[in-house]
Write a protein that binds this ligand. Structure first.
Ligand code: R5P
Length: 305
């Protein structure tokens, strides 16, 4: 593994690629295997069969990976999935996989991509440095900041999850796409362009994890169908607050959309004022409506050496 990589062309008609999916990304792993017409390698996930009663992870590859090109798919949320990823990488190296392309559908810790206060880690960098050890190249999906790719010393690419959301919303006659804050502008713009809708963004001030203030905007939503889009829905506070505001301003239909649906705690209740909640399969949840597999599959490049 490792060493400088040269790339030839996309994987479309590949022969020997095998997909290994971690337990955070089983559905997406299957969808990718089907999009790439690749085989999957089964993985057993259990508590340690020896019976260690301390909740340590245990994995076992149940297929042959020697000399194979592997597409390893695993989101790094929640934290235990990071440990599982490291175990999968170790097993793949030990079983002599030829090349490991790592797809991280949801790259957790991406929001701590810099120090906000002295003494803090750059968590995204810490994670990138460690997980790149067991990969030859890496693909993220709608990373919170594409700048996190610089933390990898291996070839790294970010694939947008927005086209998947656009596919889902195509028939929904959305008039306006809104970003709940300035950081999410690029997501709103991309979605609006795909849907042929107008777009704008709101000014958000976060007071704490469960409280945000959203500045009323002059964007006209009276009688219109609105989609509010962000990369991540965590507590749902950002989008729920924005949704309340556009409802008060007369929006006739409000969709809450995100690439990565973490939906922690009471988030779904918070979002109950929305007509629809849509997320992709980068994180598997009850709101997963569409897969990013076509976009990820189309972005993969095949190593030559
Ligand atoms: C923050 O910068 C992210 O883009 C999201 O806006 C945030 O994670 C959403 O969190 P919540 O759903 O808890 O408001």
């Amino acid at each position: 593994m490792c060493g400088p990589l040269k790339y030839r062309r996309q994987y479309s008609a590949r022969v020997s690629l095998k997909v290994v999916a971690g337990s955070a990304s089983r559905a997406l792993g299957k969808a990718l295997a089907s999009a790439l017409r690749a085989d999957t390698v089964d993985v057993a996930f259990e508590k340690h069969p020896g019976g260690f009663p301390d909740d340590e992870r245990y994995i076992r590859l149940e297929g042959d990976v020697a000399d194979e090109d592997i597409l390893l798919v695993q989101s790094t949320h929640p934290d235990e999935k990071i440990v599982e990823l490291m175990l999968l990488q170790d097993a793949l190296a030990d079983e002599r996989a030829r090349h490991v392309s790592l797809v991280i559908p949801y790259f957790g810790y991406g929001r701590q991509d810099k120090k906000f206060s002295a003494g803090e880690p750059i968590s995204a960098r810490a994670l990138a440095r460690r997980i790149q050890v067991g990969a030859d190249d890496v693909y993220t999906v709608s990373a919170h900041e594409p700048g996190i790719l610089r933390f990898f010393d291996i070839p790294a690419r970010d694939v947008s999850g927005i086209p998947a959301i656009a596919r889902h919303l195509k028939g929904s006659a959305i008039d306006v796409v809104l970003a709940p804050d300035a950081n999410a502008r690029r997501f709103a713009q991309e979605l609006a362009d795909s849907l042929g809708a107008k777009w704008d963004y709101l000014e958000k001030k976060r007071i704490d994890s469960f409280t945000v203030e959203v500045e009323p905007k002059s964007v006209r939503v009276q009688g219109l169908r609105v989609a509010i889009v962000d990369d991540v829905i965590s507590t749902g506070t950002s989008i729920a607050t924005a949704a309340r505001m556009v409802r008060e301003q007369g929006a006739s239909h409000v969709v809450a959309a995100c690439v990565h649906g973490l939906f922690v705690g009471e988030s779904m209740k918070r979002l109950s004022g929305c007509d629809e909640v849509v997320a992709t399969d980068t994180v598997e949840s009850l709101a997963t409506r569409v897969s990013v597999a076509p976009e990820v599959a189309a972005s993969l490049r095949r190593p030559t050496g």
